[in-house]
Each structure stands twice: as C-alpha cells, then as structure tokens.
Design a protein around this ligand. Structure first.
Ligand code: NAP
Length: 368
C-alpha cells in the first residue's frame, strides 16, 4: 500500500563522532522502504534531544568525564560512543521524536495504520524477549530516525494519535515525557510526595513537573535564574536557583521543607552531594541524565545510613509510551515548544539547543 513517494529525500546525516560539522544535509538520500511489518512515515516534525548531541560527541564513552557541551571530547572513544556503550555505525540519521503520517506499509503490517497521524515509541526491543534490557535500541541511534523527510519503523513502535496539537508541538513529547514518566514510575512517586526536580527548564525537567503534578505530587523545580518565570508557568509549587550555596536553606526558604521524599535528577555534576543530602530518610533518588557532569562525589554513608533507594531510568518498559499517548490525547500534559527550524538548519538548531536560552524543546521540520 503506498501513496506517491519519491525515491530520494532530504536528510540530515551524521557521518561520524565530532563537532557539528559531522552533520551533513543531503537532498538525494535514498528514501527507505518498509520491510514486512514496518510502516513508512512522512515526517512532519522531529524534536531535538541530548542523545543526538551526546552520540555525535561520543559523550557516553567512559573515557569522557566532561559535562555535555556539544564540543569534541578529548577522552571519548568511538568504541563505546553510544548510549548503550557500543560502537555506533555511520552514516546515521538521528532524531528520535518523529511525528508524521503513515504513507506506506510493508507486507503484513496492519492496513488500519495507513494515513494515520502517529508518534513513534523511541525504544526498540527484541519482541521475542521484550523485557530484556540488554536487547534494546534507540530510534535514531541503533537505526535511522526522524531527521529526514521519511522514516521507517516496525509497526509495533507506531502509535496513532488523535490530537489538536500541531506536529511541532507533538514532537516535543516522546523522549522527554516518556523518560520523565519512567523516572517517576521507578521512584514510585504518588499523591502527596514531595519531589525536587533539577534541569527544570529543559525537556525532561519540564515534563517531570507536569507529570509529577498529574499524579498529585508536590514539586519544586531548579533552573537558571533567567528561566524562573518560564518554569513557574509550568506549574511547580516553587522554583529554586540551579546553583544555591546551600540547597537545604534554599529549599526551606522556598517551601518551608527541610527535605524531600524524592529527587528527580537529570543534571548531576558538582551539586550532586547536596541533592543526595536533601532526601529524607527512606527517600528515593531517580536519575536519567548528568548534563552538568557524569562523575560525582558519592559518600556511601549518606546512601546506606539514610536507607535511600536509587533508580536509574533509561529504557522504557512496554506500556509507558502508550500511557503517554493517552495523557496527550486527554490534554493532561501540554507541549512547551520553544522554537522550530527547517531540517536544513539542524546545525543552528542544535547549537541553540546546546546554548540553552530556551524553556522546553526545539523541533526540526523536514519539509520546510
Ligand atoms: N536516560 C534517558 O533515556 C534520557 C532521556 C532524555 C534525556 N536524558 C538526559 O537528561 C539530561 C537532560 O535532558 P533534557 O532533554 O531535559 O535536556 P535539556 O532540554 O537540554 O535541559 C537540560 C537542563 O539542564 C539544566 N542545566 C543545569 N546545569 C547545566 C549544565 N551544567 N549544563 C547545561 N544545562 C544545565 C539547564 O537548565 P537551566 O539553564 O535552567 O539550569 C537545561 O535546561 C541530559 O543529560 C540528557 O542526555 C536522558
């Protein structure tokens, strides 16, 4: 089943690890064809993520200990440059958060998908062993993603959506909100829990605020001073500056609390010992990122003497993405679209994403 599909397309292609120059725009890249069970999607918009930046710069390599800056990293090694710790194959089309319309189906794919507006679950899994975390991949990392006019995905990752949000708005959700929901699930956040959220002006942080509120928790957000009004508008109980001299004093000033039940962190770095110190006895720390630095000072005594529980959150269990689609359809969460760029200007878009003067997320348009 097909509509008119050109044999070549515009695509932003990552040619290797390094700086922004490794992203090359092509206007004659082969359009992918869906194999049995796959759908071909005409991409209306695709959101940016730090995974794109970190994969390009091989930030994930254990040889690197720097914060995410988007620059070439001296200690990084190509052999473990991907999120999963393996070597990545180039050329690669990145872009996990694709939104679009199904325009063609491989043999055996569900005909009801044809013409549907869809989001893509970003986590690839081995469907014969779907709970096996070792057998997973990320859309736009272990296979080509959405920084192109067309992308293919196994139909099991393709989620039809009914929504009045624009494609650009929908493209702000997938990675950030699914990651945030997974963090909150892993930390078992529920009604009345107090939650401190770092990186709250960013994609995951702003999603954490909305999703924690959605489940009746009380959250406090940390962000750069210039972004305080924008973060307040997302709906936390209070906002704290991202670099307080004394985090406990800042928390007390903002809320009257001495501690929190849960810290939901995507920042790490030098603040980390204070983040752990602020968790109440028996409380939880959940983490999905380390944008300010992955190597932190860890006093084991704080961890075991205070009966803390730590959870990492990366690969989504099946079901989380479907839940997210429901929240979007019912407008229980809202998009924070900061800017859009034509795909051809993805280098500029990624530089703006790295400069971080925005609240929410930035999105690329393959057909502009
Ligand atoms: N595990 C996963 O599956 C997963 C999924 C998504 C993201 N992540 C990771 O989670 C982290 C956040 O992702 P995101 O998409 O929310 O990123 P983002 O949109 O770029 O937001 C990150 C926020 O962190 C704050 N920040 C604090 N210290 C910083 C520093 N030293 N350098 C840069 N920013 C700093 C910034 O806000 P202020 O300027 O307001 O402080 C920024 O808005 C990244 O490390 C990303 O790789 C992981």
């Amino acid at each position: 089943m097909t509509t008119d599909i050109p044999g070549t397309m515009n695509a932003m292609v990552l040619t290797g690890h390094g700086g922004l120059e490794k992203l090359e725009f092509h206007q004659d890249w082969p359009t992918p064809s869906p194999v049995p069970g796959e759908a071909l999607i005409r991409v209306g918009a695709c959101g940016l993520n730090n995974t794109d930046v970190n994969t390009r710069s091989a930030w994930y390599s254990k040889g690197n200990t720097d914060a995410t800056t988007g620059a070439t990293l001296a200690g990084a090694d190509d052999n473990d440059g991907s999120w999963g710790g393996a070597r990545i194959t180039f050329p690669r089309i990145q872009g996990a958060d694709a939104v679009g319309e199904v325009v063609s189906l491989g043999d055996g794919a569900d005909p009801a998908l044809m013409g549907q507006r869809v989001l893509i679950d970003t986590w690839l899994r081995d469907w014969s062993d779907p709970l096996n975390l070792e057998r997973t991949g990320y859309f736009g990392s272990e296979c080509d993603g959405g920084f192109a006019q067309y992308a293919v995905a196994d139909q099991r990752y393709v989620h039809p959506i009914e929504s009045e949000f624009s494609d650009s708005e929908l493209a702000t959700f997938a990675t950030s909100y699914a990651t945030a929901e997974n963090m909150l699930n892993r930390a078992e956040v529920s009604v009345g829990d107090t939650v401190l959220i770092t990186g709250a002006s960013g994609g995951v942080g702003s999603a954490l605020i909305q999703l924690a509120n959605r489940r009746g928790a009380k959250c406090v957000a940390m962000c750069g001073a210039d972004k305080t009004p924008g973060v307040h508008a997302v709906g936390p109980l209070a906002v704290i500056d991202r670099s307080p001299a004394d985090l406990r004093a800042a928390l007390r000033d903002a809320t009257g609390w001495d501690s929190v039940d849960v810290v939901a962190d995507v920042v790490g770095g030098v603040l980390w010992p204070q983040l752990i110190g602020i968790i109440s006895r028996g409380g939880r720390y959940t983490c999905a990122g380390a944008i300010a630095g992955p190597v932190v000072e860890f006093d084991l005594r704080t961890f075991y003497l205070r009966d803390l529980t730590f959870t990492g959150a990366t690969v989504l269990p099946p079901g989380v993405f479907g839940d997210l689609v429901g929240y979007i359809e019912r407008q229980e969460i809202r998009p924070l679209l900061a800017a859009t760029y034509p795909l051809e200007k993805l280098r500029e878009a990624q530089q703006a994403f790295i400069d971080k003067r925005h609240v929410g997320n930035i999105v690329a348009h393959p057909f502009d």
